[in-house]
Design a protein around this ligand. Structure first.
Ligand code: MTE
Ligand code: MO
Length: 197
């Protein structure tokens, strides 16, 4: 009789502890896009925060590059069950943008060039939990992965990490974005397997 255990000597490997339920590890970086890849040059790219008092604050590419830039190492989890551990990004914390949005608005709709949208509670975009990222693995973010810039909200399933991010709209209540209208969970916590309705 053979007895199989996970890892060596029955001890769980660190990667097991970092893998949410129902996920498997991948080494490559799959591309998941609901439509064609929009081509946005850094000259024309802008990032806008739409506050609930009607004030729009917007940043050019160069203005974003002049904000404090974080080096981010994080695990990412796609609802289609792949996870990638220890990915490296550079980007600007959303705190630097949302501090211009006033206190009102419990939720946000994230809008992308190309029309994609996704909803996220404001608290999940604040306090160092989300970034506008423009580098992956030391290179400018590739267009198919959302370049020139995408959102990363790594503690939620990766569909919340809008590629080709264009704006954040503060809202008085939650409202479904693109995938959320098509059966995906409103919140998307990978540790609770909040995949679909
Ligand atoms: N604008 C936009 N952002 C998007 C998507 C999309 O189709 N359009 N797909 C989402 C989904 S479902 C996932 S899993 C990740 C995939 O990112 P990747 O293609 O860089 O792996 O992007 C998310 N952000
Ligand atoms: Mo996804």
């Amino acid at each position: 009789m053979a007895v199989f255990t996970r890892g060596f000597g029955g001890r769980r490997r660190e990667s097991d502890d970092r893998l949410p339920p129902g996920q498997y590890l991948t080494e490559d970086f799959p591309v998941l896009s609901a439509g064609p890849t929009p081509r946005v040059s850094t000259d024309e790219w802008r990032f806008t925060v739409l506050a609930m008092d009607g004030v729009h604050t917007s940043w050019s590419w160069d203005e974003v590059q002049a904000l404090p830039i974080d080096d981010i190492t994080t695990d990412i989890h796609c609802v289609t069950r792949w996870s990638k551990l220890g990915t490296h990004w550079r980007g600007v914390s959303l705190d630097h943008f949302l501090e211009h949005a006033g206190p009102e608005g419990t939720h946000a709709m994230v809008h992308s060039y190309g029309g994609y949208t996704t909803n996220v509670p404001r608290a999940d975009l604040s306090a160092g939990k989300a970034w506008v990222a423009f580098e992956f693995d030391g290179e400018p973010l590739a267009p198919e992965h959302g370049g020139p810039a995408r959102l990363i909200v790594p503690h939620l399933y990766f569909w919340k990490s809008a590629k080709w991010v264009r704006s954040i709209e503060l809202l008085p209540a939650d409202r479904p974005g693109f995938w959320e209208q098509n059966g995906y969970n409103m919140y998307g916590d990978p540790w609770k397997e909040e995949r679909y309705w």
